[in-house]
Design a protein around this ligand. Structure first.
Ligand SMILES: [Mg+2]
Length: 212
């Protein structure tokens, strides 16, 4: 395969933020006597934007939808506080992105998070300097699992879907990438995101023809 761009999902791929989102959402919900379980956080809600999680909570618990904007703001503020204190550069990610960049690939991040969170996390992890494009849920009308965010990246780089490699960790993101027609490297955690792994995937796939 001829890959021209590598597009990374953010949470669970470049940033280990699952616990931060969990803590921040529960801290905000706590003001209203609500909380979500770790199971729901990891399974039911994984990869969904906060507003979608709140819609689901309202159906389940009767939480008034009029409170959503306020809870959303609180949650984002708590997330920002946690990112400032805990988000740090990870050597293997800086190494992977800097080498891929030097090798001539276009690089992007495409996340269901809001723009300010994407920008802040990429700055704090010092990955922003390698990225040609940062896409958030504010850059699309439909979040993942819709393919729109990956189609937007392909359009931006003026490439065909089969020239794009997406790195994803969860079901909704994988579905979005597959629906967009890109190659998908599925990782279990941020620790799987290495230069070797990414280049290995590209080489393996080119020997056996387009796999996915
Ligand atoms: Mg993810």
């Amino acid at each position: 395969m001829t890959i021209k761009a590598v597009v990374f999902d953010m949470d669970g791929v470049l940033i280990d933020a699952k616990d931060w989102h969990y803590e921040a959402l529960n801290k905000a919900l706590g003001y209203f006597g609500l909380s979500i379980s770790r199971y729901d956080h990891l399974v039911t809600f994984d990869g969904l934007p906060t507003r979608k999680k709140l819609e689901m909570l309202s159906i389940e618990t009767g939480l008034p939808t009029a409170l959503h904007p306020f809870i959303n703001d609180l949650k984002q503020q708590f997330t920002t506080d946690l990112v400032h204190s805990r988000c740090k550069p990870v050597f293997q990610h800086e190494y992977a992105l800097s080498r891929l960049k030097a090798e001539g690939y276009h690089l992007a991040v495409a996340s269901n998070s809001i723009r300010s969170t994407v920008e802040l996390m990429m700055q704090k992890s010092r990955l922003d300097v390698y990225l040609d494009l940062m896409l958030s849920n504010e850059d699309v009308s439909r979040a993942k699992p819709d393919p729109e965010i990956y189609e937007t990246a392909n359009r931006h780089f003026k490439i065909q879907p089969h020239e794009c490699l997406v790195v994803e960790d969860n079901e909704k993101g994988i579905a979005a990438a597959r629906a967009a027609g890109t190659h998908v490297l599925v990782v279990d955690s941020v620790f799987d995101v290495t230069h070797d792994r990414i280049k290995g995937f590209m080489e393996e796939s080119s020997n056996t023809g387009p796999l996915r």
